[in-house]
Ligand binder design. Sequence first.
Ligand code: ZN
Length: 184
Amino acid sequence: MLEKREQRNFQGVDIKKLHAKSMEFWRNQLFNIIPLTEYAYRGEHFTPRLGLQRKIFVSMAGNGNNVLIDLTFSAEITETGAVAGAIGAVLLFPVAVAVGAVSYFEYENDANNLMRAFWEYMTLVADSPDKNIVAPVLPTPEQQVAMTENRQQMEQSQSALYCSQCGAKLDRESKFCKYCGSKV
Ligand SMILES: [Zn+2]
């Protein structure tokens, strides 16, 4: 399981608004939000195709006009039925490996992207208390897999040409093989 925890402090902002907008952010990423206390909640998003379970835990504490936000993000493959590390999960999940969708680093990229977008959004909200800034929508893991597949199909369709006479790799635009001179 991949787990990351970060804390940030925001000044001159209403905790109620920051709390509401923070939930809006995670709802836009299709996380199911479960309130725990007035300013704490957890959220879950499951990607069936990958067996990828992503969880967040967010809590806020106000101190005058300061709001401290504590964010924990975790991701794991659940279909293995075991608490496998991300690298082990890749080995146990050949479909995902086949499309190049899941690797330890992609988990980490996904986590980093989400957390960075979350902090950026919280900063925007805190900096413009009078505006109603809509939370961004980031690509889901399903969409990221689809994009990876599209890219692989495109690369295959653009795969190299080879000379029928000598087998040398040809430039797409060349009319003659530069090794044996055969007409392409
Ligand atoms: Zn040739």
